[in-house]
Design a protein around this ligand. Sequence first.
Ligand SMILES: CC(=O)SCCNC(=O)CCNC(=O)[C@H](O)C(C)(C)COP(=O)(O)OP(=O)(O)OC[C@H]1O[C@@H](n2cnc3c(N)ncnc32)[C@H](O)[C@@H]1OP(=O)(O)O
Ligand SMILES: CC(C)C(=O)C(=O)O
Length: 635
Amino acid sequence: MPMLKDPSTKYPSFKPLNLPNRQWPSKQLVKPPRWLATDLRDGNQSLVDPMDGEQKFRYFQMLVQLGYKEIEVSFPSASQTDFDFTRTLIETPGIVPDDVWLQVLSPCRKDFIKRTVESVKGSKKAILHLYLAASECFRRVVFGFTKEESLNLAVECTKYARSITKDDPTTAGTEWIFEYSPECFSDTDPEYIIQVCEAVKAAWGPTESSPIIFNLPATVEMSTPNVYADQIEYFCTHISERNKVCVSVHPHNDRGCAVAAAELAQMAGADRVEGVLFGNGERTGNVDLVTLALNLYTQGVNPHIDFSDLTPVINIVEECTKIPVHHRAPYGGQLVVSAFSGSHQDAIKKGFMERNTKSQDSDYLWQVPYLPLDPRDIGRTYEAVIRVNSQSGKGGVAWVILQHLELDLPRALQQAFSKIVQKEADRVSRELAPREITALFERTYHIHENPKFFLVDYHIQADRSSSPAPRGGKSLVTRDLKRWFDGVVSVDGIEHHVKGTGTGPISSFANSLRPLGVDLDVVDYKEHSIGRGRDVKAATYIECTAAGIKDKVWGVGVHEDVVQASLLALLSCAASFDEVHPISSNGSITPKRIKNVDNITTKLEALQAEPGPKSGPDAVMSLDSHLNGHRASVR
Ligand SMILES: CC(=O)SCCNC(=O)CCNC(=O)[C@H](O)C(C)(C)COP(=O)(O)OP(=O)(O)OC[C@H]1O[C@@H](n2cnc3c(N)ncnc32)[C@H](O)[C@@H]1OP(=O)(O)O
Ligand SMILES: CC(C)C(=O)C(=O)O
């Protein structure tokens, strides 16, 4: 049968509770609830292969480490594995901390209750949890019970449980809490729920210091979360001796609203939440405890559960349940702190930049676009935040280069390289890993190896004759001196002695290359340092045009010596031009410019004939003054 045209003939809408004076909508969550982790019971009972004792043991230790103080460890009457596991916990010294409660579940059957109590004998703190369905549907379909029969069984089992626990002197070493779950609470007449719980409460006899837990499950989620919140508020305001009652919720996720239901239920008065890490559990699962805790955290409330290192938690959960955590699961999903799309990456990168410049204070309020949580708080690195595929833009690519090579690319270079990356991502039709992007960058800009040019040796001098020293001892740096470059450049393995002058080191080097047929004009220049202290390096970015060629290219140079970084950047440009417009060893791409070089060479030779500074402070400029020279020379 296809889907019905009128589904209301099969699926009547849920009749909400009439609660006109509800208070919960104006409440806020300002503290964490009492948490109960039922991974080893409700989570376990829904697995294809339930956990063995060893897996349960490992999982239990992780829950304790995370900070859970109430852990439902088993359904001991169901299987020997569960019974034995519970015994192992109790009998292994040092495994259950003194402040941790072991919770065990039993149906309302005396033989099962007896066995369940036996399983926790000797424990310091135990929560005995009984359940019995209360809804009309379950009473009719599953049990064939009237309301009264169902209530009577609940009371009878509670009295029996009491007689073999807190009323039994042989169990005096155990501190007992009793929990009762009217199963299918959210599908049950609320007045009847109150009736049953009042009767159970009277049978158990809670005190203010040892309250009874009424766990009110959305066994199957059937309505919008606001309806569940109304039901919880109704219970909280109608149950007597509220101070002797802990109201617990146990939302399932059939409609995908379990997290919202748990949060609204707390606003409605619930004190405690039962759930499972990453929401494993029957059908669509239990409420996800990771999401609940981190939702509180990102609202400034400490959940008292420590997810500082979420990855090992995910690993253990996946290994024990054989269910992978969805890549888009809130907080834990592998992809939830990653952005592939260009505009997201750009915004995230800007958010990080602002954060870096504004404050280093750890209490600086988190405001990074698209990231509700600082990935580092849950043990994730910023590296994984930005990932690159064909949907990515320059911001994302620049981020990867910054993170992995510490190169802060100028905007125009970002644009140029991003096109290359996009082409490559399109070509391979998949994400490019950071190491692929950095390799592509290093190859494109000849960072480690220039395929054609090699700077063998060089010497740059200031030409004092180009600007006479003013009287009155003005410093050399302020004089507008030309530089002359004299060096050896290898082209395709053949060494050439080159010379040139210019207004700075870059232009003098550029001019020296012209006789080799390399005629470059610098149109943009940027530089920055990498690292600090003794290991500091310089990164230089130069954009050039070549005479007769329309395209501009970027060159990148990285070196401990700031001047050499610039020279390498220029050779990086030269090699890029050569890749598109090969330069022959004796040919030229611009005969016109070669003429200029003749002039330069003539002038250089004339300069060399003059007695000029060959060494000493006048001859070798400081790095800073070299840089000043660069900047002055860049158009
Ligand atoms: C909402 C929840 O998650 S509740 C927890 C559910 N978890 C589990 O069921 C896991 C462990 N369960 C088991 O191992 C088994 O079902 C057992 C051991 C509890 C019972 O096994 P069996 O005796 O073979 O019964 P079976 O599983 O076939 O059916 C359940 C029986 O318990 C009854 N029952 C169901 N819930 C309850 C309850 N809360 N209290 C008393 N009896 C109940 C059913 O009516 C049915 O009785 P029937 O056989 O007279 O018709
Ligand atoms: C035993 C109860 C709490 C339960 O698991 C449910 O109703 O989902």
